[in-house]
Ligand binder design. Structure first.
Ligand code: ASP
Length: 309
């Protein structure tokens, strides 16, 4: 039986570290956080979270911070490494070894794929990975799955399309690994050059059925969930290379009309032009509701890691 002790004092680095029972357990705690968001709680009173963001972020940083504040704790940190000693040449590891003296838990984002693993190796407090290069973004996957469960009742039995930049998009890496714990079928929709990262395919081999295609129109009618992603401009070797794929998929009302009735459209955001704003009023457009799950799930993850749940 999974219980809070599984998570107490532990870092949250990769979806590879969590099985179905553990994900379901976190989702259960997140459900309990839903009313507490408004009622307030002092579960984390006296505790402080460091939010160290070496890369741009809106949702992940603000929802981690808001989650900690709603748990009754405090927050410190930086949203731009340019204002930290990283600018003077301090290594990320030295920053972590310093900040851990001030806080009880660290949520971080860094362009290096190994960053959260390296940070966890030197830290004596839990590290929560808020995005490590194009490798993983595991707390996003937990919130995405929580959102799907709430919209669809269950993850089992669903056909989920992951669409866009499956090579550099860290959210879809963590999501595919997370979903492979459930009875889902995946459609991997991307230009061939941006196909799902090989290590994710290898890791999930035999655990999840998938089919790759470049053609969204061909498969959209089969999907219960379409998860669109941004082409990750900042990870491309050159601007020209990015431009070749920038408009690979644009989901507009015409495309939505081809979808199965009840299909929900998700996106980790920010969107650039993958989803036309005309789709925002479509009943299946879930992406702004999806954002809210970040609070409940991150409240759960922080409380569990601090051992205050
Ligand atoms: N916000 C998500 C991330 O940080 C998705 C994106 O940037 O495209 O990975």
């Amino acid at each position: 039986m999974v219980g809070p002790s599984r998570f107490k004092g532990k870092s949250f680095i990769s979806m590879r570290d969590y099985n179905r029972d553990e994900i379901d357990f976190i989702h259960g705690v997140a459900d309990e956080m839903m009313p507490l968001e408004a009622e307030g709680t002092d579960m984390a009173k006296g505790r402080v979270m460091g939010a160290l963001f070496f890369e741009p972020s809106t949702r992940t940083r603000l929802s981690f911070e808001s989650a900690m504040l709603r748990l009754g704790g405090g927050v410190t940190g930086f949203a731009d490494p340019g204002v930290s000693s990283a600018k003077k040449g301090e290594t990320m590891e030295d920053t972590i070894k310093t900040v851990e003296n001030y806080v009880d838990i660290i949520a971080m984002r860094h362009p290096d794929e190994w960053s959260s693993r390296k940070a966890a190796a030197v830290a004596s407090i839990p590290i929560l990975n808020g995005g490590s290069g194009s490798w993983e973004h595991p707390t996003q996957a937990v919130l995405d799955m929580h959102c799907i469960k709430h919209a669809k009742g269950s993850l089992d039995g669903l056909t989920v399309g992951l669409c866009g930049d499956l090579l550099y998009g860290r959210t879809v890496h963590s999501l595919m690994i997370g979903l492979s714990n459930y009875d889902v079928k995946l459609k991997l929709i991307s230009p061939k050059k941006l196909a799902m990262r090989e290590d994710v395919i290898k890791y999930t081999e035999g655990k999840v059925e998938w089919e790759a295609t470049e053609d969204l129109t061909k498969v959209i009618g089969d999907l219960d969930v379409l998860y669109a992603t941004r082409i990750q401009k900042e990870r491309f070797p050159s601007e020209e290379e990015y431009k070749r794929f920038a408009d690979a998929y644009i989901i507009d009302n015409k495309m939505m009309a081809k979808a199965k009735k009840g299909m929900v459209l998700m996106h980790p955001l920010p969107r650039v032009n993958e989803i036309a704003t005309e789709v925002d009023s479509h009943p299946g457009a879930l992406y702004f509701k999806q954002v809210h799950h970040g609070i409940w799930v991150r409240m759960a993850i922080i409380a569990l890691a601090l051992g205050v749940y």
